[in-house]
Design a protein around this ligand. Structure first.
Ligand code: ZN
Length: 87
């Protein structure tokens, strides 16, 4: 079995549909196995680290290390979602 992501809402609906007073581990396992999986990918998160290279202040991705002149909401190289910065 793959390491699927399961919708919390869909799983609750599955549990309600079974409507048993006491669910044993085997039944709970069956409910989880029958829950629909979500199509999702893990999100890489990073931050721009500001580095002065002696010529200009540059942004360096904390995930892949790629340097840029401007910071963006995502790293163009690795796709990491960048946390907000005070700068
Ligand atoms: Zn990156």
């Amino acid at each position: 079995m793959n390491n699927d992501l399961i919708s919390r809402k869909a799983l609750k609906a599955e549990v309600k549909a079974w409507s048993h007073d006491a669910l044993d581990l085997r039944t709970i396992s069956q409910i989880i196995d029958s829950a629909p999986a979500e199509d999702a990918e893990p999100v890489k998160r990073g931050a721009w680290v500001y580095v002065d290279d002696g010529i200009a202040l540059r942004c360096k991705c904390s995930v892949c290390g790629e340097s840029r002149n401007v910071h963006t909401k995502r790293c163009c190289t690795c796709g990491a979602k960048m946390e907000e910065s005070d700068i």
